[in-house]
Design a protein around this ligand. Sequence first.
Ligand code: UD1
Length: 420
Amino acid sequence: MAKYIVENSGPLRGEVIISGSKNAVLPILAASILAGDACEISDVPNLLDVDVMCKLLRSLGASVEEDYENEIVNVDTKDITTWEAPRDLVTRMRASILVMGPILARQGKVKVSLPGGCSIGLRPIDLHLKGFQSMGAEIEKGPDYVVARADKLKGAKVYLDFPSVGATENIMMAATLAEGVTVIENAAEEPEIVDLANFLNKMGAKVKGAGTNMIRIEGVPALKGTRHAVIPDRIEAGTFMVAAAITRGDLLLKNVVPDHVKSISAKLMECGAVVEDNEDGLRVRGDVNPLIATDIRTLPYPGFPTDMQSQFMALLTTVEGTSMVVETVFENRYMHIGELNRMGADIKIDGRSAVIVGQRPLMGAPVIATDLRAGAALVLAGFRAEGETEISEIYHIERGYSSFEKKLISIGAKIRRVED
Ligand code: UD1
């Protein structure tokens, strides 16, 4: 298995082009099932998770061409006849659950195993199932799978107890082919939901209100193929923004929507970093002011993203003062803390809160990437640590960052990927 060896790198400087969004392309690929036709998706990042979703579509009978050189995936879903998502693929990636709504809407039934992915809490799918049930589906739960059946889904009012991203997407996709109008209340408002709605509307769906907490979907009899370019990845952008700050460097990020990273920019500026949105891109400087502590609470969008919590925590170990982080979205997203502490950080956990003592001298150590964003946090900490940081299980990082070490090396980082 591959590892990263990271060394103290000094200030990172230069330009980085941000890739298409992982969390936008995955539901968009799943939604192509609804078209029963050919779709061309561009600005697709080269990621393990995208490849798993393509394999999943192929296993259902779709033809899929992945051209990562040109960042394009062509998918034709006309020959899909299967209603069962294979266990080995679904358990590899939690986002596989996103095929559930589209298969149910198109085939009238669907069977999926219970999904895998990052080990960051229970991550149940009750809200997805509640949505399908409200739309008339019968749900049968097995020990490690779930089946949903509905000859024809019917429009319904669905209230989500929590604005779950995946449940909003799954219900929105299923509702496009339902009879009548579906309204999702307390819907997630993430930019990836808006991108999915735009893709669905280009296919002929009638989705309104995406990006607000109430989404209205008027069902249509059929959808058709289309072309779509995926939005930039706001979490990849955020990770490089923190890379500029933690190394006290100066980075210009291209292909970023500044509005999508507002909460990240705001927190970096509270710490004393300079974030400028100019014509060339988003410039982040950690070399202007001394950086200081701040407090963070993760929240659904437009709040501070849980997917940036661990990277920020790495930064907060290096600034002046003591910070507090509260994780409210996932109940078990602190696995990186043990690893950061092994590198010399001083972070204490009390329930969902973590207290981070700043200005800790970090030292290289063998550490494990316990999940995707935790892995990114360890790479960032490694840039500040004395000596070598050896990060194992980096397949987690490769699930979500396109050409990560290449992009980092191009801005002066000392990182190499070695096969064990
Ligand atoms: C998506 C993102 C992930 C991000 C997360 C929160 C993708 C592919 N992944 O994951 O990177 O960290 O949003 O921004 O887009 N929940 C329930 N019942 C459900 C569904 C969710 O209780 O049926 C809970 C989860 O356990 C979790 C919280 O809701 O505590 C948020 O989950 P959700 O928004 O659904 O995240 P994902 O869509 O899985």
